[in-house]
Design a protein around this ligand. Structure first.
Ligand SMILES: Cc1ncc(COP(=O)(O)O)c(C=O)c1O
Length: 449
């Protein structure tokens, strides 16, 4: 039934699943556990999740005589005081152990807890800020840019280099928009980028803040700079530069940081937080957004998370990073060894849990030979699986979803892919590289036929 007239513009755009969710849900529907290999999703490794510790804390806290007040009642829209203090304490612990560099100054910055992870805060920002241009690094975090586009924002992608978004392009792009009077809604940068896992260097963090603030001053505008810290606590290599909070460079009260417990503790806690200048209107509007969308994150989850961080945070941080370091190194080495000659570039493997590949002349889009071979849907009898054959399929995220169709990387994206070492175990990761290699050899063979 044609009922388009009932929808808002956002509703109209949301009533059709995006191509990437269609592809992923198709794969999820007939995924064969133990056979197929999922390199496509941002799921964390089950082994990193502290089920026992969670159960222990719940069983202690939920008892009537030990529980914090109102544990099973409504919470306040700013988030639980215990959790906020716990996050601050964790920051200090990480800094004191030299796992991270300078941290936000909590004397003049405050923390608000989101209703449902970092995602609900990001969506809140899309609701409270006036639509205009959002400046972000490319390759892009496609889930959020899709949300933004449905809310009527335009995306201005800034290509990334080794240290993060290219600063000259950022400067030039901002200047063009500001000169012509186009409204810039905000800047959005992921400190360990999804999909590339490029870590924005401390030098680049400072340059970004200074560049945006200098131009904001020149053109007399306020441009919030949002840093998404989703993988900031997953920089596995101790010898790498310790990440400094971008708020340290904030001279104009425009820097906001969004963090999450999803990647180090557990995604299903749905605990995300934003740190910003104390009493800012943006934070006040986000508190109202929390209230409007569901009052608060479940109080019980907030209190359990507070205790989880306090009691097991350090141990969890270490073991999660050790685990991903091992898998990241193994996976990246296997990729370089087995299929390195097919690659123009490779990023990631030392932070977050994605590796981003650029192939030389091999397309990765959904109707490419590589995609069809890896989904065992190629029409080549020996490749595709029949009823008895349990040939594993390998799913990845085609790069085309991670680039802006209007941006300078649109063409290159057709030859790129994001593979995740988050979810699968070491054997499956190695197996997947073998399968990708076989598929590439099959493509080579066809070229010579
Ligand atoms: C860049 C980025 N931001 C935010 C999120 C979502 O975080 P949360 O689980 O807290 O909603 C993800 C998850 O994959 C992510 O990659």
């Amino acid at each position: 039934m044609e009922n388009h007239h009932i929808f808002s513009e956002y509703g109209k755009k949301s009533s059709e699943p995006s191509p990437v969710s269609q592809m992923m849900s198709k794969f999820a529907k007939d995924f064969r556990p133990g056979v197929d290999i999922n390199l496509g999703v941002g799921y964390v490794n089950e082994d990193t999740i502290s089920y026992d510790e969670f159960a222990e804390i719940v069983s202690v806290l939920v008892k009537k005589d030990t529980r914090p007040p109102h544990l099973l009642n409504y919470g306040g829209p700013e988030g639980s005081g215990q959790l906020i203090e716990s996050i601050k304490g964790f920051y200090k612990e990480l800094r004191d152990n030299k796992w991270i560099g300078d941290i936000p100054d909590f004397n003049n910055r405050e923390i608000i807890i989101g209703v449902s992870g970092a995602t609900s805060i990001l969506t809140g920002i899309a609701n409270i800020l006036k639509p205009g241009i959002v400046i972000t690094a490319e390759p892009i975090y496609y889930i959020y840019t899709s949300t933004l586009e449905r809310y009527g924002f335009g995306i201005a992608p800034i290509p990334e280099n080794k240290e993060g978004p290219d600063i000259d392009t950022l400067q030039r792009t901002l200047e063009i928009y500001l000169k012509q009077g186009t409204h810039i809604s905000f800047c959005y940068f992921v400190t360990v980028n999804n999909p590339t896992c490029t870590v924005i260097s401390n030098r680049r963090r400072k340059e970004i803040v200074e560049c945006v603030q200098d131009l904001s001053k020149k053109y007399n505008v306020y441009i919030p700079i949002i840093f998404d810290l989703a993988y900031e606590w997953l920089i596995h290599y101790p010898e790498m530069e310790k990440p400094i909070s971008p708020s340290v460079y904030d001279k104009g009260e425009t820097v906001y940081e969004i963090g999450t417990l999803s990647k180090v503790f557990a995604p299903s806690l749905r605990i995300g937080f934003i740190i910003g200048p104390q009493g800012s209107n943006l934070l006040k509007a986000l508190v109202q957004w929390n209230s409007d969308v569901g009052f608060s994150a479940p109080l019980i989850t907030q209190e359990v998370s507070a205790e989880l961080i306090r009691k097991y945070g350090k141990k969890q941080f270490e073991s999660v990073n050790d685990g991903y370091k091992e898998k990241g190194t193994l996976f990246k080495d296997a990729i370089i060894r087995q299929i390195g000659t097919y690659l123009e570039s490779i990023t990631g493997g030392n932070a977050g849990f994605y590796i981003y590949l650029t192939f030389i002349g091999v397309e990765t889009i959904t109707n490419s030979s590589l995609f069809k071979l890896l989904s065992r849907n190629s029409g080549i009898r020996e490749w595709d699986y029949g009823v008895e054959e349990r040939k594993p399929r390998v799913v990845y995220l085609p790069g085309i979803y991670c680039v802006s169709p209007q941006g300078s990387m649109a063409e290159k994206g057709k030859y790129q892919m994001r593979v995740s070492y988050g979810y699968e175990d070491k054997n499956k990761l190695l197996q997947s590289v073998n399968i990708i290699k076989e598929a590439l050899l099959e493509i080579d063979k066809k070229c010579f036929d």
